[in-house]
Every structure is written in C-alpha cells, then in structure tokens.
Design a protein. Sequence first.
Lengths: 272, 544
Amino acid sequence: MRSRINACALGLIVMLVILCGVGPELSPYEQSQQNLELKATNPSLSHWLGTDPLGRDMLTRILHGGRVSLEVGLLATAVAAVIGVFYGMISGLAGGRADAAMMRVVDILYAFPFINFVILLMVIVGREFWLIFVAIGAVEWLTMARVVRGQVLALKNLEFVTAARASGAGFWHIVWKHLLPNVTGPVIIYASLTVPGVMLLEAALSFLGLGIQPPDASWGVLIREGASSMETYPWLLLYPGLFFSATLLALNLLGDGLRDAFDPKSMSQHQA
Amino acid sequence: MQWLVRILILIAAVAGIAWFHQVRTHRPTRVEEANRKGILLLGNGTEPATLDPQLASGQPEHMIFHSIFEGLIAPAAGNPDGDAPGAAESWTHDGTFTTWTFKLQPQGRWSDGSPVTTADFLFAYQRILSPKLGADYATMLYPLLNAEAYHSGKLKDFTQVGVKALDDHTLQVTLTGPAPYLPSMLKHYSWFPVPKHVIEKHGKIDDRGNTRWTRPGNMVCNGTFRLKSWLVNQNVEVERNPHYWDAASVKLNGIVFLPIVSDTTEERAFLDGQLHATLTMPLAKIPVYREKKSPFFHSDPLLSVYFYRCNVTRKPFDDVNVRRALALAIDRESITRNILRAGQKPATGLTPPGTLADYHTPDVMRFDPAEAKRLLAAAGYPDGEGFPVFDILINTSEAHRTLAEAVQAMWKKHLNIPVRVLNQDWGVNLDSQRKLDYDVCRAAWVGDYLDPSTFLAMWQTGDGNNNTGWSSPRYDQLISQSFREGDAAKRLQILKEAETLMLNEAPVLPVYWYTHSYLMRPEVKGLLPSLLEHRCYKAVELKP
C-alpha cells in the first residue's frame, strides 16, 4: 500500500517537473505577456485557468512559477545539504572541544530570527535572485548538520573506521571513502523532507515581498496576489494553491517513502 | 454504557463549538464599542514618519495634523475646502491680496493652557524657513516677502521677512505679490503654528533631530484634539482638547488613526468592524462595490496626480529624450480604463482639472509608441539596445505593484528596455526619494491649496519636494514671476508656460488624475468630501 502511494507521489513530482519545464514553452502566451483589455477572466477555452487583472494567462504563470519554486526548492536544499554534511561530519569526527564549539554555533544560529537575517542580507547584498538560495540554504543546513554529526559519532567508533585509521588512512580519506557513503541515506531522506520546507520559506519570503521580483512569479507570489483578491477572483488563489499543496504533499510522501526504504526500522514502527 | 458516554462527549463538544461560535460572532465589534465611546477609527495608510508639522510631507501625517493642530484659517464645517475661523477669528487684506492682517482668537490656548500668540506664529515661520532645519515644505512659505532669501541663507535677519506681530493677537503678513489663494494655503500644515515654549524647552529652533517635543506627554498642540498616545506601527490616538477655543462644538471624544499599509488588509478590517472609514481600497474591488451600490462605497473627486519621478542625476535619465520616450510609451488611457476603473482620468499634464476654473492644463502627455521609439534611438538606444536595467521604486501596496507591472510591460513592449519593480516601506521610500537613491519612483501629489502653483512650485531648483534633481533656470524664473504677477489672467498664463516647459522636459511622468475611493460606515456624519483631503474633524459625529 505504502509503496503504491510512494509511486504515485514520485509520478506526480515527475509530472510536475516535466509540466513546469516544458509547459511554458508550449503555451501560446508568455508568462509576463499582458492583455489589459482582457482584465481578469474566468477559466475559458483560450485561457484554461483564467487570467489575472493584467490579462496574463494564469496557466502559463503557474507553470512558470512552478519552475522558480522547484528551482529554489532543489538548489537551496543542495546548498543546505553540502554545508550541513561537511559541517556535521567535521564536527562529529573532530569531537571534544571543537565539536562542542561547533554545535554551540549551530545553537546560536538556530536562535537567530530568519526573516531579520534575510532582510539584512538583502540590505547588504542587494536584491539578487541567487540570494534566496543562499539565504534559505544558510538557514536550513543547521538541522542537516545535527543529523550528520549524530551519524558520524556512531560511525567513527565502528571497526571499519578504526581499521582504516590503523592502516594509516588520512582524515580526508576516512571522510571521503568511509563516512560519506554511510551518511548518504539519512542525508537523502532529510533533504527530500527539506525541499517542501524550503518552498514554503520561499513562499513566505515572496509573500512579504522579499523574494522573487515581478514580472517573474513563484507560487508564493501567485498565492499572495491571489489572496489579495480572493473574494472577487477566487481562481487566482485556488489554482496556484492547488499546484503548490499537491507538490508539497507529494514531496512529503516521497520523503516518508525514502525513509522507509533506507531505514527498515522506522518502517516497522509505522506498521506497529 | 460506553455509548452513552460517547454521545455525551459528542454533545458536549458540539455545544462547546456552538457556544464558541456564538461568543465570537456576537461580541461587540470594535466599531460598535467605539460608537458608544464616541471615538472615530480611521485607516490612515502608513505609519507617520513624524508628528512635527514642519518636518512632515506625507498624506498620513496630513490627516493627523488636521486633528491636533489648527492654522490661522480652518476648513469649514459644511465644506472642508471652504474657509472658517481657526486660530484667527477674523482676517482682512489690503484689497490687492498682498498684505493680510489676522486677528487671533482671544481665547486661543495651547493644549497645556498657555495662550496662542503671534510669537508662536513668528517662531513657527522662522523655524520652517531655517536653512538648517531642512523642512521639505519650506517653499510653501515662499509667497511671504523675503522668505526665499531667508531660507536660502542670503538674508540672516528674520525681521525682514514679511510677517510681523502688531501686538500679541494681531499678525500682519506681507507677500511678494498678490495671492488670492492665501486662505486656502493657510489650511496646509506647513503654515500651522508650533508651540515656541515647548520646542525651545526640548532643543534648538533649527535642530532637525529635536523630535522629543512630539512624543506623547511632551506634545503640545492647538487643535481640536490633542495627542494621547503614539504606538509605532499600532496607532496614533488623539483625545478631545479641553483648551481648544471652540471645544464646545466638538462632538467626538477622540480619534484613532491606524496605520494599515495594505489596502486589502484595510478593507478586511473595515468589513470586520474595526474601522469607521478606510483611507483607500483595493483597485480590484472598486467595480464590485460600484455595481452592488454598496452603502459603504464612496468615490469623491480629489485634487491629486499620480506620477513617476525620474532621477535626472542618474544615467540614462539625464537625457531628456530618454525621459520623453518613457513618458510617451505609457498607455494612460488603457491604464485608467482597464486597471483602475474607478473614474480616474489619464493625466495629459500635471495639474488636475478642477484646480482652478480659469486654468487649462497643457495637453503634453500622450501615448505615441512610434515617437517614443524614435526618441529612444536618438538618445543612443535603438530598440532599447544597451539600455541599463533599472528599477521602478514603489512603496508597499498592491495597487502600486499592479500599476508598476503594467508600466513595466509597456516599456518592455514598446521600447524593449529591461525594468524591474522594487518595493520599499514608506519611510525608506521617502528617504530614497529625498536622497535621490532611485531610478524611477512612484509618487503622487495631493494639492495643498486651490491653485495650480501647488502642483508647479515644487519643481523649482532645490525644492524639498522636487526630489528628481531636475533644475531649469527658466522654470524657476517663471514660477517666481508668477508669485509677483498682479494680473490674474497673466499669472495663469505664466504658470501654463512653466507647466508646458516642465512637461516637455519630463522629469516626472504623470500617469493619472485620482479619484478618492474609500469605504465609510453610514453612522459617520460630517466627514465630507474634499478636493484637498482637508478634514473638519470637529464637525464629525457618530450617529449609529
């Protein structure tokens, strides 16, 4: 049963990725192409999901926005994963005072208010598209680092690591050949659960007007615009919302599925 | 027995939810409570940048100042654009509108009980004209004799400026030229008195950083109401001023000004019974309310123009061809007809129609993409090639964003130039405009008095509200000439020439002339429409 749900989730994500990747190219409209005379219209044959108050085709905008949202989700997670894995691994392997100090740094960053951090970054660096990846990635790696450190603490005292060390392997050799392959499982699981979180963060930032800038739109931007006119033009909120929540659900299910696949112990807990 | 327990729990849960719903929906709304206490709740746009009437320049501050301060002449109860006695009980002029004499109210008191005297007016005018204070609205006083010389530092002796205290309660004002519109002008907060004794207690006369006197507890004012509290980003609350000379005719016990930036949020707050009246409303909703013939919906004419400023100190906006190309590529007709849809008019010039019956705004702004393209090529950017990416700076509001996106698309389509939209908080936005830290910036101007000069004088070199870096000696000359001209028809002719010159140079790109659309509850009586957004708060009453 679970595996079927997982397959559905995976199928949905693949489908969305393809749709968002190819859709805007196939659409007869540009995502920023306006038709002021048209104004906001109900879904119709020529505009399947209707148009917004500037006469822009909603379907094209949603698919284009999906591109942005998915890009942000994947790239920011990648940033978080890279930082988190290396930080966690070094911390776990070094142990002792270095470990304690590094983990306190993580604690301090945990306490730092995220929105303030992003606003500060934007003030200093200016509004750049890549800043969103960096900003979100720079916050999301914290939990990743904790997870990896925990794994490394358990792994580093196992026989095969001791054996490698005894045969004269260097620090980086142990990290690269022995530890990294063994933390991949948890990292992939955690990353797949991070992606939806990151997309939500991007939506929150865009909702506050800090994220993507017009005329580009992410799902977060579309939802914000839709929310401001939901009594008059409900479809402007409904469709981007549907796309967004379906994606989040699928990604979460996929994350759960991956965890079950990599970690049979948690699977049995599910069934108990 | 277990089923009985389950049913009982179920009933208890349902009853609990019903009770909760009942309590939530039947509690008195904020408005009902305020009706009982006689307190008016108003949406007021953004958080005021300051409560010092000589340092402010925005609309939210304007709305508050009309409640806590009063100029020589006040908005009349029956027509806020008309003139009624304010701090002055009567006034006369010499027949040429050049020398005016004002008799102050014998009962005029500050909110701490000390009398309002001519010394306060002299102090106020000296303060706002002090070069060091850097007041944005200092140029509003330029019609005063020698005010310009004093403000620019050429004249050090303030007694030479055309304002004199004949005695404690008689003020004589001498102007550079005839100004029949002076009474209308005096209702603007830049002409309001400020309490000499309080400002001097807290700092120096020309110290811009001296804001302590405007804090609740320190603030002393002479208006219908006095400041009760100011919670940043929550509200500004004013209460009845017992020392006000006309306190007996005041009907409200207080007013709460709520800073609500988003028009959508404001509308929801209104529908939820949190506000008596909104300042504005979402664009998309206007046609809906109009069709429904909602009793809350109001749409009044307003003397106001919506425009984009160009920063002419930055490349490529220093090139007049670029600015004109931008101006010609905006399809104003389509914007007003398709996006705004609330009776706004496309702005063919700057001064809104209705400012003065005899003044005809020059028709310079039009939509001509072919000519725009040609001008852009002449400026060295054929088909937008090599044009740098720039930002349209807006302050936070859905309406500004929608319009900016439409203009962005028009410039992209007709000129093929890359434009971004940048959003800033109101305070930051004002600061960016003042420091010329922008490329193109949204702005609007509400007339301060009923004369075209209120829309034209601000574009003089170095005016605190110019904020474009634009400067034209010929324009400055025309404007100052208009202030000296005695013949009414000739004066308007000079102003028209100045406006034509300015529009052809296009340091600003007018987009549309406003109408003021907002929501107001029917129990609010006496808050009347005004072309200048003047409010006579003492005439306002709550009759549920």
